[in-house]
Design a protein around this ligand. Structure first.
Ligand code: FAD
Length: 418
């Protein structure tokens, strides 16, 4: 069935009540889809924002209500049926219907899979001991929060964003925090060594013990609870509790079970369409053809990406032009540092620092073939908007000019565009 054939009697079902699913549901109505929209979400609450889980919500600076992405009224107005606390167990593509956890079934004309991902487990001996925790959901934070008491020893496995954000919250609260990172530096997958050094220094100054090149090989427990963390090099670290933050596993099992193409994510085209033309997929669970900025296949894990794909799928299903994918961007809050990143820096040839790293106010530009391919901005909220344009247009600006703060970025941009 083509989107043109959808009418007021058609049903679009969405599996997954994260930001991608929640956004797609209301956008379909905004795009004047007149049929039935049903969102089935396993978590029993309205779609919420995960970024604050490791930041303000963990720190108890905001409550649960502040996490909610859109109030119930937004879904009511858009006449979206919210089936929360229900799980889809199977997609029957032949019959075009879904099987839910209670055995109920219902049909769809178009289906959007927005099942996100789950925390990647660490499969080492002792990993099932008590007080070894992960952070993906509100429920996870609610287990973590009561343990965050001053003087307790927290070992964090993984020096990525989530691990470092939790470290920042925990050390401020008076915990003894150790971060164990297997790579030679923190944030190794996403930033240049200079940025990793910067973040390692900031954390160490705050009192966090950062240990890189540490491969966790197991845990020992006492009375069922973790007591120490062991590394392959023979070192051990005592712990009252452990947080594992080593990435995400995309929830692709439903798609796989239905015979859709899956390759470290549900494979979709520029229109967010899977190998079945009536089934789309968006958000963290997707390996998509980034037909705009990146021009390659990629699975991105970020809110801007989830929302961009929601816009694409709503346009696609309602037969509207699909907006080109923009340069991916992301943010991370640690202490009083607001990190904002745009583009992907892998393969860069030159790094240009504009600003003052010692004063924690700078932008790092990544250049390839003389062009700006990515930027990491620390505490430069105003300049980040300009950096997004510079990266988005892959502008060519001489490194010396880029580093020269006496010329505003906006002027550089205009000069380069002229
Ligand atoms: P999800 O948010 O994972 O939602 C998927 C939903 O589908 C879940 O509720 C799941 O329970 C449900 N589901 C799965 N299977 C089924 C099923 N079979 N039936 C019914 N429901 C199902 N991004 C940023 O851009 N900036 C940040 O600073 C940032 N910080 C983060 C901090 C943390 C701690 C975490 C965990 C993530 C962070 N992210 C951040 C990533 C961002 O939150 C995700 O990219 C975004 O939430 C993806 O949205 P999604 O809707 O694709 O998936």
């Amino acid at each position: 069935m083509d989107s043109a054939q959808l009418d007021a009697t058609s049903t679009v079902a969405i599996i997954g009540g994260g930001q991608a699913g929640g956004e797609a549901a209301t956008l379909l109505r905004q795009n004047r889809f007149e049929g039935r929209i049903v969102l089935i979400g396993e978590e029993a609450c309205l779609p919420y924002m995960r970024p604050p889980l490791s930041k303000a919500f963990l720190a108890r600076e905001i409550g649960r209500d502040a996490l909610i992405y859109k109030d119930a009224i937004a879904y009511e107005k858009a006449q979206v049926e919210m089936r929360l606390g229900e799980r889809v167990e199977e997609i029957d593509r032949q019959a075009k219907r879904l099987v839910l956890n209670d055995g109920a079934t219902f049909g769809y004309d178009k289906l959007v899979i927005a099942t996100g991902g789950r925390a990647r487990p660490l499969p080492v001996p002792g990993a099932e001991s008590g007080n070894i925790l992960y952070l993906r959901t509100i429920a996870d934070v609610e287990v973590l929060q009561p343990l965050m008491e001053s003087g307790r020893r927290l070992v964090i496995v993984g020096g990525g964003y989530v691990g470092l954000e939790v470290a920042a919250v925990a050390v401020k609260r008076g915990l003894a925090v150790t971060v164990l990172e297997a790579a030679p530096r923190v944030l190794a997958r996403v930033t240049a060594p200079a940025l990793s050094d910067f973040y390692e220094r900031v954390h160490r100054e705050a009192g966090v013990e950062i240990r890189t090149g540490e491969m966790v090989s197991g845990f020992t427990a006492k009375d069922g609870r973790v007591a120490s963390v062991h590394c392959a090099n023979g070192e051990s670290f005592p712990a009252d509790f452990v947080l594992i933050g080593i990435g995400l596993v995309p929830n692709t099992e439903l798609a796989e079970g239905a015979g859709l193409n899956v390759d470290d994510g549900i494979v979709v085209d520029e229109a967010s369409r899977t190998s079945d033309p009536d089934i789309y997929a968006i958000g963290d669970c997707v390996m998509h053809a980034h037909h705009g900025f990146l021009r390659r296949k990629i699975r991105l894990e970020s809110v801007p990406n989830a929302l961009e794909q929601a816009r694409a799928v709503a346009a696609s299903i309602t037969g509207r032009p699909i907006p080109a994918a923009t340069a991916p961007w992301f943010w991370s809050d640690q202490y009083d540092l607001k990190l904002q990143m745009v583009g992907l820096s892998d393969g860069y040839e030159e790094l240009v620092i504009r600003g003052d790293m010692a004063a924690s106010s700078f932008i790092a530009f990544y250049l390839k073939d003389g062009r700006i391919i990515a930027a990491d901005s620390v505490n430069r909220l105003g300049d980040f908007m300009a950096a997004k344009r510079l990266v988005g247009d892959r502008m060519e600006i001489a490194p010396a000019r880029l580093a020269d703060e006496s010329v505003p970025l906006k002027l550089l941009m205009r000069a380069a565009a002229a």
